[in-house]
Design a protein around this ligand. Sequence first.
Ligand code: GLA
Length: 465
Amino acid sequence: MTAPLDAGSHEAFEHDRGNRLAADLRRICRRRATAVMRAPGRVNLLGEHTDYNGLPVLPMAIDRSVLVAVAPRPDAIVRLFNTAPRFAARRYSLAGSIPPDPPGDWANYSKAAAQGLVRAYGARIRRGADLLVEGTIPSGAGLSSSSALVVANALALLSANQVDIPYPDLAELLPAAERYVGTLSGGMDQAVSLLAQPGHALRIDFFPLRVRPVPLPPGHSVVVCHSLVEAEKSGAARDAYNLRVIECRLACHVLTHTLGARAGHGLRTLGDLATLAPGRPLIDWLPRLSAVLPERRLSLAEIAAAVGTTSEALRIRCEIQPGLGDAFSPVRRTRHVLSEADRVERAEDALAHGDAATFGELMDASHASCRDDYEISCPALEDLVGCAREAGALGARLTGAGFGGCTVNLVRDADVPPFLAHLDRTFYAPRLRQGDAAASHRFIFHPRRGAEVWRRQEQPGLASA
Ligand code: GLA
């Protein structure tokens, strides 16, 4: 764990990294960097798997980020370099249809941004660039290193083409662009990376995108701990994530059917339930679903029968890709999503009143729901959450997509040192090899500002855009 920096020192630290990166890019490709982009990762405090359901989330941008130094080119070629040797150099051409590298390849996140921008802005995005990337967000940790990479690449290509797009518009565009990598993810990660405000968490609502800064409880720290299980969204965890999205789509379809005329033109997402009876707790809708579907895992044929249709029609209707298996749990997934959205509402209220205890309880309840109904926890995350509670966390839960990655913990400032000591002793010491310090797997994060573009002047140094 690096010692937390205050806002000024953090900014100076990031600017220094940017200056170094710009100089390195010049050395590598003999072109001057015209700008450096910074896109932070995020930790989600509450509201897990609600974003693609059109329901709110409560993340904050963190101290770790992706920086990209950009040197525009006269042609349409993008050359990608990374300061980490495990990410080999890559090259592609800008086009409305860019062939992907094999799944999991880091270049796909740049290509996702490029293809999304070309499709949205056409010939305005025609100049390629040499890009040097440096990331400090651990990957597979649930801290959104991939979306930060997409955001930073998008900003770099926009800068190379001297196209200015307001951040809220980019936050609407990039989630769809990132689906290039094959994950059906929602819009939380790109939105918070672009729109976060320093010192605050961000409540984000979707369809349309709206954001509202939320204060964090004074005198408390956000401690993020890695479970040491990597959950790469482009790898094994991808199908498990996509399956959850499909289960929610199935639930929507069944609810539309059972609600009949009340559902109007039909529910596009579970979040549309909020428009049917404003002010009514969302969880009150659950019985309408459980009246027609049992809670156990169901085959597609069983769900189809419940709404008088065929598996094939359902497959088309809910865009179910092959390979996701034939066991779906729409009722339990819906119970999580609807109760989680209610928790976000209550959490925002608690935070507005500086009520850390209630916020911590809501984090705990969210974890239980993620584990029992959404089934996205794993033994290491359970152990870590257990240790954190023993160590006095006010709230402890998995964060991000799940299936590994990190937990987020709310801890009184005064309790942080014993909290960390307890975790090191009980969770990390038995699991880490000698020489691997526990301190490099847990972090105290401060809510940082969203993405920035630092334009470079002729003389060395960076000027804020
Ligand atoms: C990943 C996705 C997000 C969101 C979270 C779960 O981070 O990219 O859109 O769905 O999982 O809350």
